[in-house]
Write a protein that binds this ligand. Structure first.
Ligand code: NAP
Length: 244
């Protein structure tokens, strides 16, 4: 079914932006959230307009309850519902475990985990009332297998996957599906500080012999949006880099 109302957090750049475009091209109505990248968000809206796609942009820091509440209230007021929520917003973090400060902890957990908790809580009452919904959390392979010097990031993503599994059980009777997509290495700003040499050596570790693109994740999201019997799953999209 097309014409679904789909909210994507962190859609100004990278994976979220590609998900927004892919789903808009499928005929859905997109609310693309952004925080700091206003210029990129406005370009996304203009490009969508040029292609006659239905896409709104909405500024909100999803780690802040009052901003999230306003975004959800305004969206439901305008469209009467949210059919699909994609919790994509996130930040990276590299540090030795012994160097992680309380401030690092709060920043990463708030942006990667509390954000999804908060947006999901605000969206759910309407989904439960309508007995219909689909929630997709963008986690990471590091949440599944851990990563040296990325413990905090891995903790935040493992927490997201735990939320996926628990909510799938709690919300199945309300006909709401909840799944995670755990990307491997995807070519976005998040990895822009890595050298070509490092990227090349990662490519050599990946059985499919290449790093992923945002479209690899967007295709999987589109499949989950259309599906009707998958819930509680952590779907790894990683070229075979991590096989659990
Ligand atoms: P990216 O290019 O750095 O984009 C991150 C996006 O998240 C931006 O649109 C940013 O918005 C948004 N964002 C961050 N904090 C936010 C907040 N508090 N409120 C609203 N928006 C916020 O990263 P990406 O690679 O596309 O990553 C997208 C998701 O995939 C993340 O959850 C990431 O952890 C996950 N992931 C990525 C990879 C990878 O290799 N790239 C691998 C595994 C998982 P503004 O710029 O507007 O602030």
């Amino acid at each position: 079914m097309k014409n679904k109302i789909i909210l994507i957090t962190g859609a100004s750049r990278g994976i979220g932006r590609e998900i927004a475009f892919t789903l808009a091209k499928e005929g859905h109505i997109i609310v693309a959230n952004y925080n700091q990248s206003e210029k990129q968000a406005k370009t996304l809206k203009q490009e969508a307009l040029d292609q006659k796609l239905q896409l709104d942009i909405f500024q909100a820091d999803v780690s802040k309850r009052d901003e999230v509440k306003k975004m959800i209230d305004d969206t439901i007021k305008k469209y009467q519902k949210i059919d699909v929520l994609i919790n994509n917003a996130g930040i990276s973090s590299f540090n030795l475990f012994t160097d992680i400060t309380d401030n690092d902890w709060n920043t990463v957990i708030n942006n990667n985990l509390y954000s999804a908790f908060c947006v999901t809580q605000e969206v759910l009452p309407d989904m439960i009332h309508k007995k219909s919904g689909c929630i997709i959390n963008i986690s990471s392979v590091w949440g599944l297998v851990g990563s040296s010097c990325e413990t905090l990031y891995a903790i935040s993503k493992a927490g997201l996957d735990a939320m996926t599994k628990s909510l799938a059980k709690e919300l199945g009777p309300s006909n709401i599906r909840v799944n995670s997509i755990a990307p491997g290495f995807i070519n976005t700003d998040m990895n822009k500080n890595l050298s070509q040499e490092t990227i090349h050596s990662i490519e050599q570790e990946i059985p499919l012999g290449k790093i992923g693109s945002p479209s690899s994740i967007a295709k999987c999201v589109n499949w989950l949006v259309e599906d009707d019997f998958t819930t509680g799953q952590i779907i790894s999209v990683n070229g075979g880099w991590v096989i659990t």
